[in-house]
Design a protein around this ligand. Structure first.
Ligand code: B3K
Ligand code: ZN
Length: 903
């Protein structure tokens, strides 16, 4: 194939409309694991809007295809002779295609041997598909690009005993018996869609069903399909689906457009879930839950992911992406929608403190993961300019930073303004494949604003830094705030994209000595308006002056994290303690504690590096003690406030990351807080028990979270005897997985600090008790992979031993993630062990996974991408491991990651 058809690097600037369009497709499947025959009949026509180069008469039609066996093709019923059609590694070339015609293609694929979990594959004996981004071409030859939208009719034929259930997108229009014990089902999707939204499922599955009426009164059938033994774990997913449908009607006026909406769970799946039209396919992890097997976090994640996939029905499916560079058009927007959904479910529209809990959790993820991505070789804008493998760009930047970009429209225009923009977006683009610019223009036009500058949020990579200076003039009673924006020392990948200042909505409040908010009046305004103002920073540097300020205030900056930026301001420790105690903005209350903790922990890490003794100020301990015991705050908030910044976040803040020093510092601080506040922890442990029947409500979950945090801290105390006693009792008596898993984690921590084997009994019991529950066994692996190790008992030894456990397999992504990813990405001090043993293990596993499943291998490969930011000794060992992998891997997926890391 020529490089122009399959270039190594795909660039946004090279986008060209397709030369041909496919208006409708009828697919017929004869499902057999080793050789499934697919017959596709398409209505094809030349695209009137294609560029001249493509539209020339006699142009050839290039269809994409991968890992397919070509059987035959016909145009308007006439078989194509040899020479007129050519099958090759990347697809099918048809010479001299007419202007409009019916194209029939027959091909075969081997689903049974497909370990990539992209295209058609078999899992536990059942058939599933995954097409986004480019898996449809592994099922049949097609114009597998999102700007080619067609209507689909799908006929599935299979052995009835082995595959009693046959599902595809849309509505079931016919089913019946066939000779030889076979049967068929015919599905029709009335909506045009891109090929990445196609799906089929066939096998032995059962469903729970609900019938509901949508807002306009139409009856809808909702189903959650699972393997028979999992039927008792579907209620929460179904409830989450019903809540999602109601929420989208209420908040955005968007109704379910199909008569039937299905969710199917599969245990072998590369990511969380997939929004195929009317037939969402989910990783079992985001469907199955009951109190015995799932934690409160799992319940929350399921609600969020069910919501996310459902919300895609409008943001992604009805309006889709023109090309994959626009991925954030659907992902950033849909993450924003699922975040708002979860916040509304927790706190309603108005309970700001409860909503803040969700906001804090989301910002933690963004800062920990997306900021790190932005600092490394994979840094890219929310709308990337180029890629080698699109699957590598389902990133924190596209998803989470993309969601922050969408959130900023709402921060600028308010909920009503944002809704106006959404309404206009659907009015203009329903049924189309569009771009991020189209969304921005809808927001701008609906709100009468010029948002040209805002485009930079889509085109510039790197995390913006805002440095803040303040000045108070007591005589004039003026307080000025100067904001200056830049990117600091961004990575090369990011720097190349940076062109100019951003439009940054910056929410600010001023706090008086009494701890209360001051009414805000900006210079030039007739009167004060509110106590939080969103000021708009548009230049490199700008000063905003508040008047009538009677005393020197304390600024509360970037309230509710109004933009995805780093704020630099020299608060004193006392000021941070004051904000932690008084800020009316719950997000910034939490933020003050995090700033204080980060500063202290980094100082401790520096001392650990220098071999100096470690010490933590009484005043810092006291500031945390006050939050912990403040009964006016919700338990969920206190849990988050007492959670120290993660080791990886802290390491990221150092000039040269030193995981061992960070670990020593953080452990020291945890121990200090454990010992100093022991009486508080014990009383919190008692007072936040949730006796009686298990309830998954946010309130009950908050109590459990705080109680289990207390247990975790107690396990760090010099004498962990109390913790071991309480954890053993909690383990035995737990009526839910949250408590049982937390007890096991506490026992593992206590045995590490006390050098005992306090966890052995519970570990064994846990395995035996849940042997039949794969998702729980994943937790069993993950808890062991993330445990604290010691020189005598390095975790790498435990992990290697577990790799040989009969329950371990590399083929199941959840299992691989539970052991390998947990160790490589969530246990930094053990993974970055000075002897390089973690890196050697990483290299082995990346190479092994690459041969089975490149997408999963590429994710794992990313755990070394920040190697240049580490201390010299580690850096050298990481580079060696990366080079070893670069020399062995075959897939485009992993190559892109390691080559960018080494470049
Ligand atoms: N759209 C899918 C992700 C597909 C990933 C392909 N590698 C799930 C989601 O974001 O909803
Ligand atoms: Zn999504």
């Amino acid at each position: 194939m020529s490089d122009t058809v399959n270039p190594a690097v795909i660039r946004r600037a090279d986008y060209a409309a397709p030369a041909f369009l496919i208006d409708s497709v009828a697919l017929e499947f004869d499902l057999v694991p080793e050789r499934t025959i697919v017959k596709s009949t398409m209505r094809v026509r030349r695209n009137p809007d294609a560029g001249a180069a493509h539209g020339a008469p006699g142009a050839r039609l290039e269809l994409m295809g991968e890992a397919l066996e070509f059987i035959g093709a016909a145009i308007d019923g006439k078989a194509l002779p040899e020479g007129a059609v050519r099958a090759h590694e990347h697809g099918l070339t048809i010479e001299h295609a007419p202007d409009a015609f019916t194209l029939t293609i027959e091909s075969a694929c081997d689903a049974g041997a497909n370990t990539t979990l992209s295209g058609l594959y078999v899992s536990s004996g059942n058939f599933f598909t995954q097409c986004e981004a480019e898996g449809f071409r592994r099922i049949t030859y097609f114009l597998d690009r999102p700007d080619v939208m067609a209507t689909y009719t799908v006929t599935l034929r299979a052995d009835k005993a082995a595959y009693p259930v046959l599902l595809s997108n849309g509505n079931l229009i016919e089913e019946g018996e066939l000779p030889d014990g076979r049967h068929f089902a015919k599905w029709e999707d009335p909506f045009k869609k891109p090929s990445y939204l196609f799906a089929l499922v066939a096998g032995k599955l059962v469903s729970i069903d609900e019938r509901i009426r949508s807002g306009s009164g139409k009856e809808k059938l909702l189903q959650v399909w699972v393997e028979p033994h999992d039927l008792d774990k579907t209620r929460h997913a179904m409830d989450s689906l019903i809540h999602s449908i109601r929420w989208d009607e209420e908040r955005f006026g968007l109704e379910l457009d199909l008569d039937r909406f299905m969710i199917v769970a599969v245990s072998d799946f590369n990511m969380g879930a997939m929004e195929n039209k009317g037939l969402n396919i989910f990783n079992t992890k985001y469907v199955l839950a009951n109190q015995e097997t799932a934690t409160d976090t799992d319940f929350g994640n399921i609600e969020a992911v069910v919501g996310h996939e459902y919300f895609h029905n409008w943001t992604g499916n009805r309006v889709t992406c023109r090309d994959w560079f626009q991925l954030s058009l659907k992902e950033g927007l849909t993450v924003f929608r699922d975040q708002e959904f979860s916040a509304d479910m927790q706190g309603g529209a108005t309970d700001e403190a409860a909503r803040a809990v969700k906001r804090i959790e989301d910002v933690r993820v963004l800062r920990q993961m997306q900021f790190a991505e932005d600092a490394g070789p994979m840094a890219h804008p929310v709308r990337p300019e180029s890629f080698v493998e699109i699957n590598n760009f389902y990133t924190m930047t596209v998803y989470e930073k993309g969601a922050e970009v969408v959130r900023m429209y709402q921060t600028l225009f308010g909920r009503e303004g944002f809704r106006r923009g959404m309404d206009l977006y659907f009015k203009r683009h329903d049924g189309q494949a569009v771009t991020c610019d189209d969304f921005r223009h809808a927001m701008a036009d609906a709100n009468g604003r010029d948002l040209a500058q805002f485009e930079r949020w889509y085109s510039q990579a790197g995390t913006p830094r805002i440095s803040v200076r303040t000045a108070y003039d007591a005589v004039a009673q003026r307080y000025s705030v100067t904001l200056a924006q830049g990117y600091g020392d961004a990575s090369n990948a990011a720097r190349e994209t940076q062109k100019g200042p951003l439009l940054i909505p910056f929410a600010i409040g001023l706090i008086g000595r009494d701890g209360k908010d001051i009414a805000l009046r900006l210079e030039g305004e007739a009167e004060a308006k509110g106590t939080t103002r969103v000021i708009e920073l548009t230049e490199q540097e700008q000063t905003f002056t508040f008047v009538d300020v009677k005393e020197a205030p304390l600024p509360s900056l970037l309230r509710n994290f109004s933009a995805p930026v780093i704020v630099e301001y020299d608060y004193t420790n006392d000021e941070l303690a004051f904000l932690l105690a008084h800020d009316s903005d719950p997000f910034n209350r939490w933020e003050a504690g995090q700033r204080l903790a980060t500063r202290e922990l980094l100082a401790l890490a520096a001392r650990a590096q220098a071999g100096e003794p470690l010490a933590l100020d009484d005043s810092t301990v006291a500031a945390f003690s006050r939050v912990l015991t403040d009964e006016t705050l919700s338990p969920a908030f206190r849990d988050l406030a007492m959670m120290l910044p993660s080791e990886s976040y802290l390491a990221e803040q150092m000039a040269e990351a030193d995981p061992a020093a960070v670990h020593a510092a953080r452990q020291f601080a945890r121990k200090r807080l454990a010992n100093a506040l022991k009486r508080d922890w014990l009383s919190i442990y008692e007072s936040h028990a949730t006796p009686g029947a298990y309830e998954p409500s946010p309130e009950a979950a908050g109590h459990r979270a705080l109680k289990n945090l207390a247990l975790a801290y107690l396990a760090e105390a010099d004498d962990p005897a109390d913790a071991i006693r309480l954890a053993n009792a909690q383990y035995d008596n737990a009526n839910n997985m949250t408590d049982r898993a937390a007890a096991l984690a506490a026992l593992l921590a206590a045995s590490a600090s006390a050098g005992t084997d306090a966890a052995e009994r519970a570990l064994e019991d846990f395995y035996r008790r849940f042997e039949q529950e794969p998702l729980v066994i994943d937790k069993w692996f993950a808890l062991q992979a993330t445990q604290r190790g010691s020189a005598q008992r390095p975790v790498i030894d435990i992990v290697r031993k577990l790799m040989a456990h009969p329950a371990f397999t590399l083929r199941n992504p959840n299992r691989a993630r539970s052991l390998i990813f947990s160790f490589c990405a969530a246990n930094p001090s053990q993974f970055h062990s000075a002897d390089g043993s973690g890196y050697a293990f990483w290299a082995e596993q990346v190479v092994a996974l690459d041969a089975l499943n490149p997408q999963v291998a590429a994710r794992l490969a990313r755990s070394l991408e920040l190697w240049r930011r580490y201390t010299p000794a580690l850096r050298e060992k990481m580079r060696e491991a990366l080079e070893r992998v670069a020399g062995q891997v075959k897939s485009r997926d992993v190559r892109e990651i390691v080559e960018k890391a080494l470049a």
